[in-house]
Ligand binder design. Sequence first.
Ligand code: NAP
Length: 485
Amino acid sequence: METVDEALNKAQVAFLAYKNFSGRKKATFLRAIADEIEAMGKELVETAMRETNLPEARIVNERGRTTGHCRMFADLVEEGSWVDARVDTALPNRMPAPKPDMRKMLVPIGPVVVFGAANFPLAYSTAGGDTISALAAGCPVIVKAHPAHLETSKLVAGAIEKAASKTGMPSAVFQHVHGHGFEIGQALVKHPFTKAVGFTGSLAGGKALFDLANQRTEPIPVFAELSSINPVILLPDSLSRDSAKTASMLAASITLGVGQFCTNPGLIIAIENEALQNFISVLSIEIQKALPGTMLHQGIADNYAKRLAIALEQKGVKVEAQSITRGDTTQGAPFIASVSADAFLKNSTLSEEVFGPFSLIIKCKDINELYAVVVKGHGQLTSTLIGDETEIAKHKALLNVLVEKAGRLVINGVPTGVEVCPAQMHGGPYPATTDSRFTAVGADAIKRFARPVAFQNFPEALLPDELITENPLGIWRMVNGEFKK
Ligand code: NAP
């Protein structure tokens, strides 16, 4: 495809220059992106509101998160230690063989293709975490615009292009492509100059692009965030004390943003007893009170209606509560349902994501059945345990299993609300993501778009600045086994 070929050729030329730009220079660019996004003021906010049906406060908040991560990555690359430099100096007299001089650091991987998310028109789209972390790493980016918010995407692309030109970046350091159908996206993934892909969206779409990338002559990594139902486990003793409070907290999380968050709690697992009945009663009242909200686009609303209907028609599933439904097909009405653990364990359809304000309660006969449900669960972005410290301490085996299943474990909280900070982990075993070793949120997201290179027996004058013995950049490094500046 001509446009794609042209875009990738330009990206490759840009890469050869941009990969050697200093952290300080890249930081100027990233900060300028934040400034240009802010400079668009109301125009951007109003366009995003019109295209996504999201309220003003949410868009303004997302804009803050977007400019926040631009500046966070600017600080990170300006400081420079993210390259994880190792210096192991030579031991010429070592016996029986001399040790060579070995030095290693992360370098940018090459041009990156980004598929923005429908549910985050700013923070996970054109200037989202994937784009900004790839640019920070030193990789040119080509964004495939999400059709659900094309005008917003074009505005943000314009801001990035302006920032690139003002700060002296190569002209094709960032490119924006759009068009109908899957052809463009697939051609971008297949192009030999593409070296990595960032994706947030459906399991079917992300898996198709992942498979395509693996069928290339040169397979490349696809960092795709796909599907997670974020189980919440209610421990019995604690539930008997706090069932109403827990129900209110979870109702707010289930209905937040019309349930259109990858961290939405789609599964609640508990032992069937009086406390669980109280919990369900309070949760039902909250769900009935919650109003349906307009979903991001017709496709997501249709998908919610379809997936919900499939879940509700499964054997043994009982609707516990639903909010009023309006005739409008773009509305997502909150729903909760329940099913026995036995029926759940026999039916894998019930483990599939219903993207929207829905949660399924799994009623377990006893703690052994609860363990069985947890053990059977597939990979997740998050898992949550509700219980006091003493009770959780009695279930260390449960925690042990949960560590295998999710990228983030939450105690006495809700999975929605993803803090952007260095200790964040937003990723998890498949199908939550296609590579559980990496996070899509927080400073470490940059590591997806870099690869380690070792430099053996290099004269000082030929080493990258990060690896020179004198440490002219003053960064943290591991030098002969010692972590120091
Ligand atoms: P999507 O259908 O996966 O589309 C996302 C992007 O990927 C779009 O740009 C789309 O291209 C492209 N794409 C999808 N399949 C492709 C393929 N086979 N080949 C090439 N390109 C492909 O996701 P969506 O429209 O954003 O949302 C649909 C559903 O995804 C939701 O209902 C929900 O279930 C899920 N979702 C999950 C999350 C999460 O965080 N887990 C977030 C958002 C959505 P086009 O531009 O041509 O459409």
